[in-house]
Design a protein around this ligand. Structure first.
Ligand code: FIX
Ligand code: ZN
Length: 414
């Protein structure tokens, strides 16, 4: 059926955005086989590192003393400071309320212990099913780090058996701390040395290929500092060009670069202590241009990098821009970035990922993002309608499912 007026358009777009099953291309979630690595439930939600950072906006408590507390004690402190003593209106605070509400709990009671009873009544497997159903997420891509001892043990003994959870090989220690990680590779039987000679290059490639195949990784990923540059006279640059690029090409999987994180500017905050910086788009330009047969997924952390990243994607078809990452995943910036990306890239983008660390966050991160993306799409399709274009419901469904899932699978080539 062709759509001829804005009221129809709004109804169809909001319906299709809500109904679109999502492929969440970057999360820190794990299938149930990974045991304690999968975080879920109200205490994990309330102690999310975004909320810890916001808690310390008010608390003068000693950082070490806080982190020595158990999760529920930390949650009690955060709940009181951010939800009782003050109204929960930041995006991360709002997210907790959205989860509770979508799970059918009475948010107005503010009774943390009653919420705890609800979560305690479910098994991990039951709750995974519930969250995927409520959030309408079809599948998530994990962040899988072989240098994490607990995670490596699962891959070596059990592996991933839940098709809703896909793997991505995360290689930060290799690229950002080779001077340390090469010793670990030696312990695992890879003949590498600190100077990265030709033998080491071959062995690092063997490591990457073996682990990407063991995980059936959809892509290789790394987070990178604002100073990241390729080419440059550095071990990281050499590993990227001489190891990562060739293995990604051989396996025909994308290399995902998440650029702009300044690690631990306040080390006492642990995960909450990372910040950001403006990065150099030249590195992205160089790699996309020099390796046209490789595929690159890129997200950047600084708001100031977003326009140039979108323009760069106009230049290189082997570049897929994805997500409103971390400090950008706030309604005002998601709207700004999505508008700019649709205006520059049309439908050839992956507008969002959740970066969920706690399973429940799929519910709020996607509920919030769906609403914003739908709002932008209504404006953009309305502009076409005004010019006389008459889209059909099926075409709008096709376009929206591309944004939320198919663009990723087409780019990955699976
Ligand atoms: O490097 C990353 O994958 C980042 O997303 C995380 O390190 C960060 O802590 C996060 O979860 C942001 O949302
Ligand atoms: Zn992440």
């Amino acid at each position: 059926m062709s759509i001829s007026n804005v009221e129809q358009l709004q109804a169809v777009i909001h319906q299709e955005v809500q109904n679109a099953p999502i492929t969440d291309v970057h999360t820190h979630l794990y299938a149930a086989d990974f045991g304690e690595l999968l975080l879920w439930g109200i205490d994990e939600l309330v102690t999310y590192h975004y909320l810890i950072a916001e808690y310390f906006r008010y608390s003068t408590m000693d950082y070490k003393a806080f982190f020595k507390l158990g999760k529920s004690e930390q949650a009690d402190l955060i709940w009181d400071a951010l939800f009782i003593q003050r109204s929960p209106i930041s995006e991360a605070q709002r997210g907790v309320l959205t989860v509770l509400s979508k799970m059918g709990l009475d948010v107005s009671t503010r009774d943390l212990n009653s919420y705890r009873e609800y979560f305690a009544s479910m098994s991990t497997a039951e709750y995974i099913d519930k969250v995927f159903a409520v959030s309408n997420v079809k599948e998530v891509v994990m962040t899988n780090d072989p240098f994490d001892d607990a995670e490596r043990a699962v891959w070596e003994k059990v592996g991933n058996n839940d098709p809703r959870f896909k793997a991505a090989l995360r290689i930060d220690p290799l690229l950002n701390q080779y001077e340390l990680s090469y010793k670990t590779l030696q312990e695992w039987g890879y003949e590498v040395d600190k100077d990265l000679d030709q033998r080491s290059i071959a062995e690092v490639k063997r490591f990457l290929k073996e682990w990407a195949q063991k995980m059936d990784a959809l892509y290789m990923a790394v987070s990178l500092p604002p100073v990241y540059m390729v080419p440059e006279d550095s071990l990281r640059s050499r590993i990227v060009e001489q190891c990562v690029i060739p293995v990604c090409r051989e396996l025909d999987i994308p290399f995902a670069m998440m650029i702009g994180v300044n690690k631990l500017v306040n080390y006492q905050l642990n995960l909450a202590g990372d910040s950001l910086g403006k990065s150099n788009i030249r590195a992205v330009e160089y790699l996309c241009s020099t390796y046209p047969d490789n595929k690159f997924m890129v997200t950047m952390l600084a708001r100031e990098n977003q326009h140039e990243l979108a323009v760069t994607a106009r230049k290189f078809r082997n570049l897929m821009v994805f997500g409103c990452w971390w400090f950008l995943n706030n309604p005002s910036l998601v709207e700004e970035m999505t508008r700019m990306r649709i205006e520059l890239l049309g439908l050839s983008v992956i507008p969002q990922h959740s970066d969920a660390r706690v399973l429940d966050q799929l519910v709020y991160k996607w509920d919030h993002s769906r609403g914003i993306i739908a709002k932008v799409l209504v404006d953009k399709y309305s502009d076409a309608l005004t010019a006389g274009w008459r889209p059909t419901e099926e075409e709008i469904r096709r376009d929206i499912r591309a944004l939320f899932s198919q663009n990723f699978w087409d780019f990955v080539g699976k």
